[in-house]
Design a binder for this molecule. Structure first.
Ligand code: ADP
Length: 483
């Protein structure tokens, strides 16, 4: 079993198997969002260090691409075991830098391990084809090969599991990686480097670089050696990366923003809808790309739903993620709090009624009260903008067609949810919603065995499931003639 000291707050970057600082010696402070205290530093790397990491990954690729599927599966299984052996310590590290309740952190670390195990299994199922040939003297063979060096850029809201969906399939396919974790939550990403090293993943296969997002991002995008970039983050940055990818024609996978609608029909099981709504909205204090942004509730059930939902929101225990029983940790930083306040102010100015929370929590810092706003209207900013905080606007609707049209009236298309007991409606509505993920009578639906990803401006590609390895593979057609 690994010791905590092997990865606990690694204050260096992993490049070609060496733990190093920035060339300039500069560092960036990392803070605990629950206390505002500095918990450590990380190297402030940029272009030169990233280029070296790309070189290391390119060199490692030459031998790693020749490993057998079985060898890679074994490495991933060892990585899974190492993560699970250290689940509690990794969860504590995650809560310390990110703020989410320890139970959610344990769940996230467990999910990371689950993705790694899934891809350990998938590594052995990268099948090709023999296609019936139109020529008697030739055979048509199709094989799949790793794309090469990949760049992976991840956000602060799921600093562990977002990397597992990228490092897992990369190693399974035989790719090597340069990883850039979010600056706010770098230690969970650096821990991946330490864990990979501990379980014997060869030097240079996984490199972890922290520092200037713009410089590291640009170096990854400019390099012709990086054949694929996988990004989870905002739609705004995703668009920049897609544009930058054109010059070297890289493959891109993008998990971008969402504006998830949550529809509650008159025939819904109201208690189930309230429980699902709370889970879909307030997980990670509303800071996930699949968190509900807009609740649409049918008029016949609206008042009862609003009352019960507000009660449930008020009952959520706010506090430090490290304290037992906490359900709502702090928001990531002051900007997140300012945005939430602005959106609530805009709604109140336009006639919204705050029926739970509505202001900064008495704990101070970046803690915020779980908030519910009734009488939400389309002209309020949160009908279009991603909230990324603990605010639930409740809109009222009359008909099924109206609800589906309202739900689809956004450039986003990641997750959506709806509650109904009518089987016909369950099919009609799930087919009518323009989203990559649909929860019917369920508020939390992510699992490593199902494809995760959005349509429209929510992204490109799918992560997890049997589809999640496709983006890390190239298809090669070999024609064998002269038989
Ligand atoms: P969020 O709103 O979740 O912080 P961002 O898209 O800003 O989303 O950040 C997600 C990740 O993208 C982080 O690791 C961040 O450092 C990185 N990032 C931000 N700007 C750029 C950029 N111009 N190029 C590459 N990566 C970037």
């Amino acid at each position: 079993m690994l010791q905590k000291t092997h990865y606990w707050r690694r204050e260096a970057n992993l490049i070609g198997g060496e733990w190093v600082g920035a060339d300039s010696g500069e560092t960036i402070d990392v803070t605990n969002p629950a206390t505002g205290e500095t918990i450590g530093t990380i190297p402030k790397c940029g272009k030169a260090e990233t280029e070296r990491a790309i070189e290391a990954a390119a060199e490692a690729f030459e031998s790693f691409k020749k490993t057998s599927a079985d060898e890679r599966a074994k490495l991933l299984r060892a990585l899974h075991d190492a993560i699970m052996d250290n689940q509690d310590a990794l969860a504590e590290l995650l809560t310390l830098e990110q703020g989410k309740p320890l139970t959610e952190s344990r769940g996230e670390v467990g999910m990371s391990a689950a993705y790694v195990l899934w891809f350990a299994e998938e590594a052995r199922r990268i099948y090709g084809d023999l296609i019936p040939s139109p020529w008697k003297d030739r055979r048509i063979m199709v094989t799949k090969q790793p794309v090469g060096v990949i760049g992976a850029i991840t956000p602060w809201n799921f600093p562990s599991s977002m990397l597992s969906r990228k490092i897992g399939p990369a190693i399974a396919a035989g790719c090597t990686a340069v990883v850039k974790p979010a600056t706010q939550t770098p230690y969970s990403g650096l821990a991946w480097g330490a864990l990979c090293e501990e379980v014997g993943i060869p030097k240079g296969v996984v490199n972890v670089v922290t520092g200037s997002a713009r410089d590291i991002g640009a170096a990854l995008m400019e390099s012709s050696k990086v054949r694929k970039v996988t990004f989870t983050g905002s739609t705004e940055v995703g668009k920049v990366l897609i544009r930058q990818s054109a010059d070297t024609v890289k493959k891109v996978s993008m998990e971008l923003g969402g504006n998830a609608p949550f529809l509650v029909f008159d025939d819904a099981d109201i208690d189930r809808a309230v429980a699902g709504g709370i889970a879909a909205k307030f997980r990670n204090s509303g800071q996930t790309c699949v968190c509900t942004n807009r609740f649409y509730v049918q008029s016949g059930i609206y008042d009862r739903f609003a009352e019960k939902f507000a009660e449930a929101a008020k009952a959520l225990k706010v506090g430090s993620g490290l304290e037992e029983g906490t359900q709502q940790g702090p928001l990531i930083d002051d900007n997140a709090v300012a945005k939430v306040e602005e959106l609530i102010g805009d709604a109140v100015d336009k006639g919204g009624k705050v029926i739970a929370g509505g202001k900064r929590h008495e704990l101070g810092g970046t803690f915020f009260e779980p908030t519910v706003i009734a009488d939400a209207k389309p002209e309020m900013r949160f009908s279009k903008e991603e909230i990324f905080g603990p605010v639930s606007p409740l809109f009222k609707f009359e008909t099924e067609e109206e609800a589906v049209a309202l739900a689809n009236d956004t450039e986003y298309g990641l997750a959506c949810y709806f509650y109904t007991q009518d089987l016909g409606r369950a099919f009609r509505v799930s087919e009518g919603l323009d989203y990559g993920l649909v929860g019917v009578n369920e508020g939390v639906i992510t699992t490593e065995v199902a494809p995760f990803g959005g349509v429209k401006e929510s992204g490109l590609g799918r992560e997890g499931s049997k589809y999640g390895i496709d983006d890390y593979l190239e298809i090669k057609y070999v024609c064998i003639g002269g038989l």
